[in-house]
Design a protein around this ligand. Structure first.
Ligand SMILES: [Ca+2]
Length: 323
């Protein structure tokens, strides 16, 4: 009587992710003037010691053309390591789509200072724009940037549940950083918190289509209720051997029960980049162990059997908390 009373109404749940990706390398850089061979593109080559550099001029700028409009979430600027780190003070980061006038693009942030060789991150609150510009207003100024990263919300509209007839979307990310692919992670991982326990029938993973499809090789899909080791000790549903760029693959999980769905690549210095993850299953289930836990504290089993339908919201809230 107490066993999963709500699974009689089977509900399909579809969960989408829109990861943040560094889109800077997808664009082309230019700058107002060139100083020797300190090209604008030097800020995008992944090396912190190669830098762009304008001549000393009024209102110098560096501009990244992302080639299409993105929702920009964050901009990371690396200052030059060798000298002159104060030159960047007062630089404006602008995000917008005005191609002719750099000042026609809204300001995302003003850089007060960045220590030599340091990388500072500026939140841009999902400003929409095709261009990311660093401009320093004033006379006899120099813009020199050693690396620029631009994190955007991946715009792909892939496999958006088109084949699912009964669906609902759950927007319940555990934490944004769990889907932000920081290359500094030694164990890159991605975690989805479903907020309730589901019986997961399948997980559909869509690989990125712009480059590097092999980065996903070896990724494990883990499902369970434990947050031990950040959820990475939960049982494995599948291991992704490889997947072509832009392709969606389906992994059958045989009704594995869990609140957390993890993607993790074991090992060091690996990247995990995923375009989209969809999770299909039934639920939410009320797991019997949780129910017993709760029942012990306030009701007898016989009372609970009668009262259960009214108590279900409380139980769901209980399960939704961190236990
Ligand atoms: Ca560089």
């Amino acid at each position: 009587m107490l066993d999963e009373p709500n699974t009689k109404s089977s509900v399909f749940s579809v969960v989408h992710s829109r990861p943040l990706l560094n889109a800077a390398g997808w664009g082309t850089a230019s700058q107002s003037t060139l100083y020797y061979d300190w090209y604008a593109q030097n800020a995008l080559d992944g090396r912190p010691t190669t830098c762009s550099h304008t001549q000393s001029q009024s209102n110098p700028w560096w501009k990244l053309d992302l080639l299409k409009v993105y929702s920009v979430n964050r901009v990371v600027i690396t200052n030059r390591p060798d000298c002159c780190n104060e030159r960047i003070n007062g630089a404006e980061i602008r995000v917008g789509s005005d191609s002719s006038n750099v000042f026609g693009n809204p300001i995302c942030a003003v850089i007060s200072s960045i220590p030599a060789g340091a990388s500072y991150s500026y939140s841009s609150n999902r400003m929409e724009g095709r261009y990311v510009i660093v401009v320093i207003p004033g006379n006899s100024r120099i813009v020199s940037l050693c690396e620029v990263k631009v994190y955007v919300v991946y715009p792909g509209n892939l496999a958006a549940g088109g084949s699912v007839t009964q669906s609902s979307t759950i927007n319940s990310w555990f934490a944004e950083q769990a889907i932000d692919f920081n290359p500094g992670f030694t164990h890159p991982e991605w975690r989805l918190d479903l907020r309730h326990i589901y019986r997961v029938s399948k997980v559909v993973v869509t690989n990125r289509r712009d480059c590097c499809p092999e980065r996903i090789n070896g990724a494990q899909i883990r499902i369970g209720n434990s947050l031990e080791n950040n959820g990475n000790n939960n049982p494995i549903c599948a291991v992704i051997s490889s997947m072509p760029a832009g392709v969606s693959s389906t992994y059958t999980c045989n009704e594995m029960e869990g609140r957390y769905v993890n993607l993790i690549i074991p090992g060091d210095t690996r990247f995990l980049t995923v375009c989209e993850v969809e999770v299909y299953g039934e639920g939410p289930c009320l797991k019997q162990t949780f129910m017993k836990l709760k029942l012990k504290s306030s009701w007898s089993l016989s009372e609970a059997a009668i009262e259960f339908p009214n108590e279900r919201p409380q139980l769901e809230n209980y399960i939704a908390q961190d236990h």
